[in-house]
Design a protein around this ligand. Sequence first.
Ligand code: GDP
Length: 195
Amino acid sequence: MDVHKADIVISAVSPAQYPSTGLPEIALAGRSNVGKSSFINRMINRKGLARTSGKPGKTQTLNFYIIEEQFYFVDVPGYGYAKVSKTERAKWGQMLETYLTQRDTLKAVLSVVDLRHAPSSEDVQMYEFLKYYELPVIVVATKADKIPRGKWNKHIKIVKDTLNFDENDEFIMFSSETGEGKEEAWNVIEKYLDL
Ligand code: GDP
């Protein structure tokens, strides 16, 4: 998809604020700082539309970005926040779970992990959760530019083994820095959007 139009429509703190257009959604899950905002920005060729970290970010919201008036990227920040209280975390977990399991317009979840490191226990939990609910999941191993190509296979194996990756799922190597994997990611996303 060649994107010319993209806007944030809402940072939702409650389900009542989710868009009601009925357009399909592709969510992005992953630890804070893993590169979700950078992924969105690279996919739509915009440097600063999605907030990249270092900035507030602590508010736990579902951020809906409308793309070409055809679908939404939904940035799901919020695991790996040390500073958030237990109660807040539980509340957020609940909201996230409800969104992931009950949102009819959600077509697939991009599970974003860092190619450099073995996925965290939260990454594993998220992947297992998505599999359990039979949500289509696409693993995006980002920051690929930080690993020399000759070592990619070794890192891919660590990521897959740790996740107990299902080879029926899609696995995309990605770099927001170089654009590696962008075309593949669009192909996969468009398949799920079925526009
Ligand atoms: P988010 O919290 O998941 O939205 O993560 P961000 O997109 O804000 O990225 C966190 C940090 O990692 C930022 O400093 C980005 O510039 C950096 N980053 C994200 N993706 C990549 C990538 O593919 N390659 C490199 N080298 N840095 C990246």
